[in-house]
Design a protein around this ligand. Structure first.
Ligand code: BJW
Length: 237
């Protein structure tokens, strides 16, 4: 077995900011004057499905205009070259980690490029627009197709795999996340209790900064490649 440390990385909207994907709270948590909770909640979807579809259709279409940046690429390199476990958990619903070459990505808040039928739960890859009148190809229900996204009040995906990774973490790194949204905001505390060294990479102070032992303050596109170089250097000896 490798003696290299088990690393868990949690990424948030800040890692994709330099690629041109807007973050949530930097825009005051608003989209076209709607609160994020309005367009990212089951209640919001039942109240106004057309509005919610428009929000996610716009973001899905925008994916084709953005590209991974050096932070995504450095993480993919760490996953390929580090001799121990590297678990990558992202709150982001974009596919920039995959496009940077990350072999495994845990999308705890879902994926823009997938749709799900709320009637039969079938999940499919989805690149086109969604609308409120669409029929599910599997169960034939009409009007039940929704983005494969975890909205407020819904249970994030892969929580058991995440708990396993956090409990064996020796290094926990959070990149570009504000620490406002749970359960992700609490992962640093779980990792600390498991004995992990904890590192925060962010341009700003966050709601969870006090819990981290180390801080790399600055843009992810600069700080993450340097951190990866350091981690790979220390395991090479
Ligand atoms: C840079 C940078 C650069 C910029 N370089 N850095 C009261 C108390 C506690 C909890 C709750 C509560 N009331 C309700 C809850 C629970 C709720 C919650 O947390 N609400 C809070 C608002 C209080 N959570 C939930 O409902 C979750 N489900 C849940 O808890 O289920 C129960 C359960 C838990 C565990 C097991 C079993 C059951 C679901 C949460 C779903 C979140 N959904 C969203 C939208 C959907 C996805 C989408 O449409 O994209 O996910 S909300 C939005 O916030 C999105 C993000 O993934 C998430 C996190 O945001 P993130 O990534 O941190 O982005 P920002 O914008 O906040 O921050 C960007 C950061 O980057 C900033 O710090 C910048 O400084 C930095 N930055 N440029 C480095 N270049």
């Amino acid at each position: 077995m490798s003696s290299a440390p088990s690393i868990v990385i949690l990424t948030g909207a800040g890692i994709s900011a330099e690629s041109g994907v807007p973050t949530f709270r930097d825009a005051n948590g608003l989209w076209e004057n709607h609160r994020i909770e309005e367009v990212a909640s089951p209640n919001g979807f039942s109240r106004n499905p057309a509005l919610v579809h428009r929000f996610y259709n716009m973001r899905r279409a925008a994916l084709s205009t953005v590209h991974p940046n050096p932070a995504h690429q450095a993480i993919a390199r760490l996953q390929r070259e580090h001799p121990g476990w590297v678990t990558l958990i992202t709150q982001n619903v974009d596919d920039l980690h995959e496009r940077a070459g990350s072999p495994e990505v845990i999308h705890m808040h879902g994926e823009l490029l997938k749709a799900r039928c709320a009637q039969c739960d079938e999940v499919r890859t989805w690149r086109k627009d969604l609308d409120a009148l669409m029929r599910c190809d599997y169960c034939r229900s009409v009007g039940k197709m929704r983005p494969h996204i975890v909205w407020f009040g819904e249970t994030p995906f892969y929580m058991e795999d995440i708990a396993t990774a956090l409990n064996r973490a020796e290094i926990f790194i959070a990149i570009g996340t504000s620490g406002h949204v749970y359960p992700a905001a609490g992962f640093v505390e779980v990792a600390r209790q498991a004995g992990a060294r904890t590192i925060e990479v962010n341009m700003d102070v966050t709601a969870m900064s006090d819990v981290f032992q180390e801080h790399r303050v600055g843009k992810a596109g600069e700080k993450v490649p340097a951190l990866v170089e350091e981690l790979l250097g220390s395991t090479r000896g």
